[in-house]
Design a protein around this ligand. Sequence first.
Ligand code: ZN
Ligand code: MN
Length: 494
Amino acid sequence: MSYDVIIGLEVHVQLQTVSKIFCGCSTAFNPDQPNVQTCPVCLGLPGALPVLNAEAFRLAVKTALALNCQIAGFTKWDRKQYFYPDLPKGYQISQYDLPFSHDGHVDVVTEADGGAVRRVRILRAHLEEDAGKNMHDESGRGRDSLVDLNRAGTPLVEIVTHPDLRSAEEARLFLQDLRLLLTDIGVSDCNMQEGSLRCDANVNLHVHQPDGSKVATPIVEVKNINSFRFTEQAILHEVERQWELYQKTKQTIKDAPKSTRGFDPARGVTYAMREKEEAADYRYFPDPDLVPVTVTDEQIATLRGELGELPAARRARYRDQYQLSAYDAGVIIDQGREYSRYFEVVAEGCGDGKQAANWLTQDVQRELNERGLTIATFPVPADVLADLLKRVTNKQLTIKAAREVFGALLEGEETATTARIEAIVAERGLAIVQDDGAIDAAIADVIARNPKPVADFKAGKQQAAGALIGQVMRAVKGADPQQVRERLIAKLSE
Ligand code: ZN
Ligand code: MN
């Protein structure tokens, strides 16, 4: 007997606004100074009234458009009631039956180099406020818990997928693609350590029966997972656990309600939390303090226009236009829009996209890592690197010499310039000697002085040429080894 793994995700993404969704308090991540970014609205004091932050709504619509969602022309706000210390009002302002967007999809590439694609349908994306954060005394002595409300009222988009994912790995890839997409369009930093992207995973199994039918196991929601790796581990553990439980109990979705579990990264296991609330338990009702929002087609068109070229389209273009492998294109696009723009200037400028990609993914990336820089602060501008690489394409510099120039440019205090490349090449005599006469004279001399290797080569020992090339290179400093090899072999083959 075997089974299919069925996974749907609910992802909370913090939008990158300066102020909170219903008040003017700062959204800065500031755990060291608890409760300083608060006011009567986000503290839930009596009589305080919320006002929608237009920027939060704009970013939310951009998020939904990037997820290929339909945007509702009319949307309203609902109160979701529950009691928890980090929720001062006793309810969360969210969206229930009329979310601002619905019915989108994300295509996840599940194999390297453009293999299988999994289409993950998006059921809905709605906008809501975040709660605060409870901090429990972990010293083992006290029984105190503290609440930090700096985060209360931060704008969140909650993205709910259909149960279209079929493995823990696919779930991780979906989240990674989602982070790439949302950081690329600039709506969120998706920093998982700071809780800007959190995930709940709904997991169950469809167990194949001997008669060809399938039986579903009870759905388990694993709450608040805050890393890609933990998401994968939590799902893997949950699949194993549910499979063992099914074999023992034969319990199906009809026998048990949906339940909620947490994930303990230290032990790599999920643990029981509480029975899952149903929508009725939250007693949703429209928030009387907030007016509904209407969105026009013109507003949607404007925001769609601001999205620009999304990562998946850019990846395809890099493969067509610059002949990059899916891997190299992915490495560049993963670094963000500014990095992608840098790459394009280098690729266009030197006329060789593959060479540009090699330099960016190796030499440039290594320097950025070692120096703790971003491409925006990198001291070699894109047009200067393009000029350097063009000298390689034009056979004015060897790759080895270009690396030496690159290193010298980085040693300088100032931003690199093409004039500086010119000076370094001249100072160090790095230019390839184009003087065919000098190379041919050196070849003739070396052949005359080395009868043994020459005879060996003519007898078919190709390796014998190596020693001769070395001698010519020493005689004509700055010669292109490729050119020397070609001319020497031509001469020996006469
Ligand atoms: Zn506030
Ligand atoms: Mn939510």
